[in-house]
Design a protein around this ligand. Sequence first.
Ligand SMILES: *Cc1c(COP(=O)(O)O)cnc(C)c1O
Length: 318
Amino acid sequence: MSRDGRERAAGRTAGAAERALGARGPSPLQEIEDERFARHGVRLLLKRDDLLHPEIPGNKWRKLVPNLDAALAGGRAPALLTFGGAWSHHLRATAAAGRLLGLATIGVVRGEELARRPLNDSLARCAADGMRLHFVSRAAYRDRHRPGFAGRLRAELAPDEEVYVVPEGGSNAPAVHGCAALGRELDAASPPLRPHVAAVPCGTGGTLAGLAAGLGPDQSALGIPVLRGHFLAAEVSRLQREAYGAPRGDWRLDERFHHGGYARTPPELTGFAEDFAARHGVPVPEPVYVAKLLWALTALTAEGAFPRGTVLAAVITG
Ligand SMILES: *Cc1c(COP(=O)(O)O)cnc(C)c1O
C-alpha cells in the first residue's frame, strides 16, 4: 500500500503543520546484530524515530504535529505557550516548530534562579529560535497540573495574544493520537521485522500511551521510566482515558533503570552508550532517555525476560 493509502486506512491524513514542516514517512526500522541479544535468541530492531525531522526529532515530532495542527486550525496563528525544565527537549522542539511555522512561542521554565544566570545551551537555542522564556520558582511550577495555572500565566505573559497551550512534555490527547501512529507503523512492519515487543523510554508517558494504543493485538509495549517515583502508570492510564475514553493495548513498565533519576547519567551509562554506537555504527544514543532504554533491554535480555524467538524493537525517541 502507498503511504497515502496506509494513512487513509489508518484514518489519518497529513494536516497543515505536517505539510508545512515537510511530511515525513514512517521512520526506518533497522536490525542490529548484537551478541548480547543473539545469545538469548532475541532479535533487536531499532525504530529510528530520531530521523523523523532534523530539528523536531523523535517523539517530539509525533506529539507536536497534532497539537500544531489543532493550533493552526481555521487559519489561526496563535502563540504557543508551554512548560519544561532547563534541559527540556520539548521546549527546544516547540521553539524550533514555532520558528519554522512563524508562530510566537513562550516557554515557562522551572527554576527562578536560572533567570539570573547565563542560559544553558538548550535554553540559548530556544531563545535563538525566538522563544520568550519566563522562569518560575520550583514551588510555583509544582502547580502546573492544577486548573488555572496555564490561564494565569497566559493572562500575565500574553494578555493580548491568542494562545494555544501545550502541556509539559507535549503530552495530551492529540499527542497520544500522534504517537499511536508509531504503534501502527510497528504493527504494519512485515515479518521477520515485525516486533513482538516495542520498548520506549518514558518521561511524561505520552509516547507509551500512544504506542500501546497503536500496536496490534498480538504485540505489547514496554516502558522504561527515566524519572524516579511511581506516578507513571497512573499517568499513562489517564492519558489513554483522555485520548480514547478507556485503556488501550497491552503495556507495562519496568521501573528499575532510571539510574538515579532524570538527567542522572553515570559514567557506566555513558560508557555503555559510546560502546553501543561503536559496535553498531549508529550515533551515540541520547543519554537522558535512549541510553537508559538500551541499557534496560540489554539487562532484561540477560535476565531471560524475553523468550527465545522474541523480536524486540527499541524506539529511538530522539
Ligand atoms: C521527551 C523524550 C522522551 C519522553 O517522552 P514522554 O512521552 O514524555 O514519555 C523520550 N525520549 C526522548 C529522546 C525525549 O526527548
